[in-house]
Design a protein around this ligand. Structure first.
Ligand code: Z5A
Length: 214
């Protein structure tokens, strides 16, 4: 069976990082800059981003959900597949920028490293799912990097924790290792952004990074 061909027009940018590094905040700043520059964009997230994928997100993040690791991995990809077809591809085809909070690198980091501790057989399964179902990777991925404990402290100010946020620091240390693995493997696509300092300082680093690539 032939794979759908990639879309060439709008820019596809993903944000990645461990819990609480400031992705949401950085995306808000970026979107304000894009609006000010008159650039047409959509802001989206994973898991989720489309109606069906948001239903899967609710299940995946619900602390009451009990599933095995393979099921979790496949649900992440089911959500991503719907998100790609329903929202990302149409937006790129319309020439819009797609600003996506998490994408495939989160699966490598969370399912491949957080859950499976970097097991090469699981990483191969994930690579296979990407090759089979995701026609286009982001053109640029911004990995917001912060010591794991600092991100957890930022996120810890929230009143409730979802199914992932309930994990211990060892899990997030492996997730961080997973992002470092992705960045080393695909250094052309993934740029490490120092996520320390004020939200404005992080936003400036991101804007300068994107501006230097146009
Ligand atoms: N997941 C997965 O397992 N596999 C996959 O394939 C995918 C996802 C796609 C949902 O993600 C979960 O799904 C996620 C991984 C899993 N679980 N975890 N953990 P999510 O993106 O919705 O959840 P998140 O990563 O936990 O996002 P977050 O906690 O909302 O963090 P954030 O967006 O990176 O940070 P923030 O909300 O912008 O900031 C956190 C706090 O820090 C907040 O109070 C801010 O005001 C503050 N902040 C932000 N920036 C700064 C700076 N620069 N200085 C000081 N304070 C700051």
């Amino acid at each position: 069976m032939s794979q759908p061909s990639p879309v060439q027009s709008g820019r596809f940018i993903s944000f990645e990082g461990t819990e609480g590094v400031g992705k949401t905040t950085a995306i808000e700043h970026l979107c304000a800059n894009l609006s000010a520059a008159g650039i047409d964009y959509i802001r989206t997230r994973e898991p989720g981003g489309s109606d069906f994928a948001e239903q899967l997100r609710a299940l995946l993040l619900d602390p009451a959900t009990v599933i095995d690791d393979d099921t979790e991995l496949l649900l992440m990809f089911a959500a991503r597949c719907d998100h790609w077809h329903q929202r990302i591809r149409p937006a790129l085809q319309a020439g819009k920028w797609v600003i996506c909070d998490r994408f495939v690198d989160s699966t490598i980091a969370y399912q491949g490293f957080g859950r499976a501790q970097g097991d090469s057989a699981v990483l191969a399964k994930i690579e296979g799912l990407i090759a089979a179902f995701i026609p286009q990777l982001p053109e640029q991925t911004l990995w917001l990097d912060l010591p794991v404990a600092e991100g957890m402290a930022r996120a810890g100010k929230r009143s409730s924790a979802d199914r992932f946020e309930q994990e211990a620091i060892d899990f997030f240390t492996r997730v961080h290792e997973g992002f470092a693995y992705c960045a080393a493997k695909d250094s052309k696509r993934i740029t490490r952004i120092d996520a320390s300092g004020s939200p404005e300082a992080v936003a400036t680093r991101i804007w300068q990074t994107l501006a230097s690539q146009t």
